[in-house]
Design a protein around this ligand. Structure first.
Ligand code: BYC
Length: 327
């Protein structure tokens, strides 16, 4: 389970024309966007399909933990905001699937890989949302981490991916603020509300740090993706930036980051933080996360229950095409 079949099943790379490879490398060095019809090395194409399909799956699976709270949001305003946010995530998934399709892998192939459990999606969405404060913590921390990772992706070398990220980042920034606003309200509320906010922070903090991926010295894809300018900053660099931005936000609303080793390092101008439990990370990547089975079942059920809509839309399109031909 959880191997990247789309990448691993790809045909072995044929010997590529060195002149074309050199021209491609030169375009990357000039910071030009690579577009769908441009020549590109097969390994570059495979890396993009791998990362982009995982990214799209994360957006779609990521709708589930928050979708779980739409009917239980504490006010009409909160319900409207959460509904809009969850819809945005669905839209993000669709932009990224569409961008990934320009690389020659069909949406059906990508979605099949998700539904059969072969594809990866972000570890963070395999944790449960137990209280309303979790919705605040997801917006604040998970969307906050996502923005940190996605801002540099706006300059990824593949044009359709980079352009999809521009709109996504704008929407994510609204998501982050709505989450922080929920946490701010709870932290300034009754003692029980403040405890609920702190409990959510305690449970989401470490998984949020894991979202950035393994440490740089154990990240097999980073070096090549940095050379190709798909990734512009490493997993550890982005994780550090996230910690540095988020700690003062927690302090501002009177919550405590659950890390006794967290200290400001004057010399580095950054926070030192405690050790991440990488065993937990790899277990969740292997599909052993607390809600992994539930998430996969929910996606498969949604797909199966929506079959009639796809069939009706296809039949309608065929009817319109026949009418247009006859006219
Ligand atoms: N979870 O060599 P590495 C959102 C895998 S959704 C699972 O560092 P890379 C939102 C990695 O795939 C937005 N797997 O890889 C939605 C690789 O395995 P494969 C989520 C992970 O690609 C709803 C292996 O570990 N954001 O914002 O250079 C509600 C080695 O890693 C994870 C994205 O998807 C993980 N956390 O770097 C709220 C960002 N980390 O593929 C919010 C797009 C690593 O070789 N993706 N792995 O079998 C990326 O930026 C990069 O792919 C990563 C990993 C930084 C995640």
């Amino acid at each position: 389970m959880y191997t990247t079949e789309l990448q691993k099943n790809a045909q072995p790379t044929a010997v590529e024309d060195p002149a074309r490879v050199a021209e491609f490398e030169a375009r990357i060095a000039r910071d030009e966007f690579i577009e769908p019809k441009d020549w590109m090395p097969e390994a570059y194409r495979r890396t993009l399909v791998r990362q982009m399909s995982q990214h799209a799956h994360s957006e779609i699976v990521g709708m589930l933990p928050e979708g779980n709270w739409i009917t239980r949001a504490p006010s009409l305003r909160r319900k409207a905001v959460l509904l809009a946010k969850v819809q945005d995530e669905g839209g993000h998934g669709l932009y990224i699937y569409a961008a990934a399709e320009t690389l020659g892998t069909s949406r059906e192939q990508m979605v099949d890989a998700l539904h059969s459990g072969k594809a990866k999606y972000s570890t963070i969405f395999n944790y449960p949302t137990l209280t309303w404060a979790d919705i605040g913590a997801i917006g604040w921390l998970v969307d906050g981490a996502a923005i940190m990772n996605q801002v540099p992706l706006q300059r990824a070398s593949y044009g359709p991916y980079a352009r999809a990220m521009v709109r996504i980042c704008k929407e994510e920034s609204f998501h982050q603020r709505q989450g922080f606003e929920i946490m701010m309200g709870l932290a300034a509320g009754t003692a029980a509300q403040k405890r609920m906010a702190q409990d959510a922070l305690n449970r989401w903090w470490w998984p949020s740090l894991m979202m950035f991926g393994p440490p740089d010295d154990n990240s097999p894809n980073s070096a090549q993706s940095m050379r190709w300018r798909i990734k512009r900053e490493t997993n550890d660099e982005l994780r550090q930036k996230f910690v540095d931005v988020t700690v003062p936000q927690a302090e501002a609303i009177g919550l405590t980051i659950p890390d006794p080793d967290l200290t400001w390092n004057e010399a580095r101008g950054a926070y030192d933080f405690g050790a991440i439990d990488w065993d937990e990370f790899y277990a969740v990547v292997r599909g052993e996360g607390p809600t992994a089975k539930e998430r996969l079942k929910a996606r498969n059920d949604a797909w199966n229950e929506g079959a009639w809509v796809r069939e009706a839309a296809t039949a309608h399109a065929a009817k319109r095409a026949r009418k247009a031909e006859a006219a």
